[in-house]
Design a protein around this ligand. Structure first.
Ligand SMILES: *C1O[C@H](CO)[C@@H](O)[C@H](O)[C@H]1NC(C)=O
Ligand SMILES: *[C@@H]1O[C@H](CO)[C@@H](O)[C@H](O)[C@H]1NC(C)=O
Ligand SMILES: *[C@@H]1O[C@H](CO)[C@@H](O)[C@H](O)[C@H]1NC(C)=O
Ligand SMILES: *[C@@H]1O[C@H](CO)[C@@H](O)[C@H](O)[C@H]1NC(C)=O
Ligand SMILES: *[C@@H]1O[C@H](CO)[C@@H](O)[C@H](O)[C@H]1NC(C)=O
Ligand SMILES: *[C@@H]1O[C@H](CO)[C@@H](O)[C@H](O)[C@H]1NC(C)=O
Ligand SMILES: *[C@@H]1O[C@H](CO)[C@@H](O)[C@H](O)[C@H]1NC(C)=O
Ligand SMILES: *[C@@H]1O[C@H](CO)[C@@H](O)[C@H](O)[C@H]1NC(C)=O
Ligand SMILES: *[C@@H]1O[C@H](CO)[C@@H](O)[C@H](O)[C@H]1NC(C)=O
Length: 466
């Protein structure tokens, strides 16, 4: 991630009236699914990674690579993958699974840890982390693969980040915490930021749930404690951007970006779900506080407004253009693992999608979307992040359609079974104490496997954790 410091802009969104070329009936799951299909198609039309001579997984070449067009940074390829994995999960349309798998595999690099040598010059902890997160998501959703062990990729990323975190604790600068950049020679190595640590928390929370191994949950708590101690996460749950090591992290850059809050919220939700007793109460308070803060700061009028840059024309960097879709998906998965947030969050997800779709009247086919949902109509230009944002906004409305599916763990996962096509994408856990069963899915209406929820299994994990 390459953002600089930004001051907080004044909110100025006014919703206008526009007729959407994407004709969506928000009361109908079929209608939402059809619209999502169009938006996904237009999003993928920007992707060149599967063409001869192109690099799988990335959305263009970084400015620092010779001949690079400088449009999108390396990490954004992981957002493309995550969005399409969720698209497949919510709709059952597997049209893009092959290019997503190919990209995730290619960018894992020679050591399968998302540190491919091509990108060392700009490698940051958050960048590596977001790729790890995409691999973890693939594991949890039993995303079909013939050759890769998704959770192993995520674990490799986690191991690297924890070893760096330990090193920082030894040095006592800022009391610990991950730096932004990885190689000391990179500009930004002297900055510690919220998102790098938040992504480590996210991975820890989810690996904890995946394995049932409490070491991960302890790490999530450790990194969370650091974020609050250093003051990056405030008492009223504002997630501030970061600070410099020269000043022992006292010069906090107060810019607030939605994805910082979003990653923390979703992580807290996963931790809430897998803990019990007082510990669970603490995570529940964090979930509640971050839900409030996220909705109040970034969804004041019922749709996402990127506080720190939107409203100042051209002030959102190419990185920031991706945040809306990410946060939308974080909110939706928060509902899944922390259902007590459902009413509050779902109300907003609906108005959010309606606002997004109003912008989808652009491009040659008159259905492409644009970035600023506050404008209430198409404006400026078409671009890939705007398509991904609108796609996320639509797909998360299909939550009820997938309520019978739930996130896998290492005991239930069977991604290989899904790669054959036709026989479903996951194992069928019958609450039999975690035995793997390679059952056939009884194909749901959207063409995906209906899986018995792993709630029973989860209860077992909770017992194992505490
Ligand atoms: C964190 O975990 C969720 C839940 O599986 C995943 O969907 C999401 O992409 C992750 N978010 C980040 C940014 O870490
Ligand atoms: C790349 O993937 C897209 C989407 O699946 C597909 O339409 C296109 O034909 C593929 N291109 C090549 C060269 O395989
Ligand atoms: C690294 O760059 C080379 C040359 O452009 C390319 O062939 C290769 O696919 C790239 N690897 C990754 C992981 O992007
Ligand atoms: C730097 O900050 C940490 C806590 O954030 C503190 O423990 C440490 O004493 C500080 N070091 C200096 C030199 O002030
Ligand atoms: C899941 O991971 C845990 C911790 O690594 C391990 O002890 C357990 O055996 C794994 N379970 C399965 C079914 O692979
Ligand atoms: C739990 O995970 C940690 C970190 O990966 C590992 O070192 C430890 O061996 C695991 N414990 C068990 C019981 O699998
Ligand atoms: C969140 O907001 C709700 C409603 O506005 C309020 O009742 C609740 O106390 C808040 N919770 C936290 C933890 O801030
Ligand atoms: C944990 O998540 C599952 C879905 O994966 C959900 O059914 C369950 O209610 C959640 N637990 C709690 C305590 O909210
Ligand atoms: C699906 O499962 C059935 C029963 O096990 C088997 O006969 C069939 O060949 C499988 N189909 C595919 C496409 O793997």
């Amino acid at each position: 991630m390459k953002q600089g410091a930004f001051s907080v802009a004044v909110l100025s969104g006014v919703v206008g009236i526009a007729s959407a070329a994407l004709d969506v009936d928000f009361g109908s799951a079929d209608s939402i699914r059809l619209a999502a299909k169009d938006v996904a198609f237009d999003a993928v039309s920007y992707y060149k990674g599967n063409e001869t001579g192109e690099t799988p997984g990335v959305l263009g070449y970084e400015p620092l690579i010779p001949g690079g067009n400088g449009e999108y940074w390396w990490w954004t390829g992981s957002v493309f993958a995550s969005t399409l994995i969720d698209y497949w999960f919510y709709t059952g349309d597997d049209s893009y699974n092959a290019i997503v798998s190919q990209g995730l595999a290619h960018q894992a690099g020679p050591n399968r840890d998302y540190m491919p040598p091509n990108y060392t010059h700009s490698l940051s902890n958050d960048d590596q982390g977001f790729w790890g997160v995409a691999a973890m998501q693939a594991a949890e959703l039993d995303f079909p693969t013939s050759s890769l062990d998704w959770s192993n990729l995520a674990q490799n990323v986690w191991s690297w980040q924890v070893s760096r975190f330990k090193q920082e604790e030894t040095k006592e600068i800022c009391g610990g915490g991950l730096r932004w950049q990885v190689p000391p020679s990179n500009a930004g190595y002297n900055y510690k930021n919220t998102v790098s640590n938040a992504v480590l928390i996210n991975l820890s929370a989810r690996l904890g749930r995946w394995t049932g191994n409490s070491t991960y949950v302890e790490w999530a708590e450790r990194a969370w404690t650091w974020l609050t101690d250093v003051g990056f996460l405030t008492e009223d749950f504002r997630a501030l951007d970061g600070a410099h090591v020269e000043l022992n992290c006292t010069d906090i850059n107060k810019a607030e970006f939605s994805y910082n809050a979003g990653v923390l919220l979703q992580s807290a939700a996963f931790l809430y779900n897998q803990t019990t007793g007082d510990v669970q109460t603490r995570w529940r308070e964090r979930v509640a506080g971050l839900t409030n803060a996220t909705l109040a700061r970034f969804f004041e009028d019922g749709y996402h407004f990127e506080l720190s840059c939107e409203g100042r024309d051209g002030a959102c960097s190419s990185d920031m253009l991706f945040f809306k879709g990410m946060v939308t998906r974080f909110l939706a998965s928060t509902v899944q693992v922390a259902p007590f947030t459902k009413d509050r969050i779902n109300e907003v997800l609906k108005t959010n999608a309606e606002a997004a779709v109003k912008t989808c009247t652009g491009g040659d086919n008159k259905r492409q979307c644009s970035f600023s949902w506050a404008k209430g109509k198409f404006h400026d230009s078409t671009d890939l992040p705007s398509q991904l944002n609108a796609l996320s906004a639509l797909t998360v409305l299909l939550q009820d359609e997938v309520s019978q599916k739930s996130f896998a763990t290492n005991a239930t996962s069977n991604p290989g079974g899904g790669s054959e096509g036709g026989n479903g994408s996951g194992s069928n856990n019958q609450g039999n104490g975690g035995q793997d069963q390679n059952g056939n899915g009884n194909g749901g209406s959207a063409g995906t496997t209906t899986r018995v929820t792993v709630g029973v299994l989860l209860a077992g994990l909770v017992a194992a954790l505490l």
